[in-house]
Design a protein around this ligand. Sequence first.
Ligand code: NDP
Ligand code: 8X3
Length: 264
Amino acid sequence: MTYDIVMGKLNGSIVLITGASSGIGEACAIAFAQEGARLLLSARRMDRLEEAKPKLLSVGAEGVHVFPLDVRDRAAVESAIANLPSEWQAIDILVNNAGLSRGLEKLYEGKTQDWDEMIDTNVKGLLYVTRAVVPGMVKRGKGHVINLGSTASEITYPNGAVYCATKAAELSISDGLREDVLGTPVRVTSVDPGMVETDFSLVRFHGDAERAAKVYQGLIPLTPTDVADAIVWSATRPAHVNIARMVMTSIDQANSLLFNRKQQ
Ligand code: NDP
Ligand code: 8X3
């Protein structure tokens, strides 16, 4: 037995993060930058990515390349990945983070355009990016796919059936991909947080800030940094260790239904 400390550092590793313009994706960019990674950042809001770039370099990123991407657009995903500059093509880690919820309504009263947006982004978008990136990982014999799941994948909460279904799909896709890459060195992890205070609720309620703020009232939610920390931890295990799934909540949450909310 050897007693060497071999904690993974990510110096020079290429990390692609989808949805890096906000919340968990943005926190992942900072956390991977602090590990010395080279960051490939995508989202629709390019101004935010451009703004983050010098800050990420200042906290340790070895390089930052940003590009616009709507993960719902299959042709755009294929083209963006295929046309990355040659020095950015060998993606080591893919963080499939881009995602959203829309609406909190009874299924039989829900808006079908909200459903389309969630399914197209959280399920089909995740599949398109995975399909474009993983063949290169298999070919190079190196890679790690980290998908953003949720406690919502395990217990469906009232008025959230479609969002919860997209995260249940994410879990199945993560499990299936892990089976399909067995025999290669590619790792697959699903990181499944409970409530995290980000723009998630603002997006869910179509910009209603007052309603969004109420979601986090009277309890301590996770922060995006907490989740990024778990993601970087799973990415820095020794190469033979695959963290299949990490379920995490704040101390004020037991599962997707049960909270310790203090009266205000
Ligand atoms: P935010 O709203 O803060 O961030 C969402 C990110 O996804 C943004 O950067 C947004 O970028 C991007 N995004 C949304 N739609 C698309 C699209 N079509 N194409 C590309 N990028 C897109 O929310 P969170 O950080 O909270 O959410 C990130 C992930 O974490 C999601 O998958 C969410 O389901 C998951 N999650 C969130 C939890 C929470 O409580 N907040 C808990 C568990 C999981 P842009 O608009 O610029 O394109
Ligand atoms: C986000 C967490 O429970 O608010 O996936 O939907 S929840």
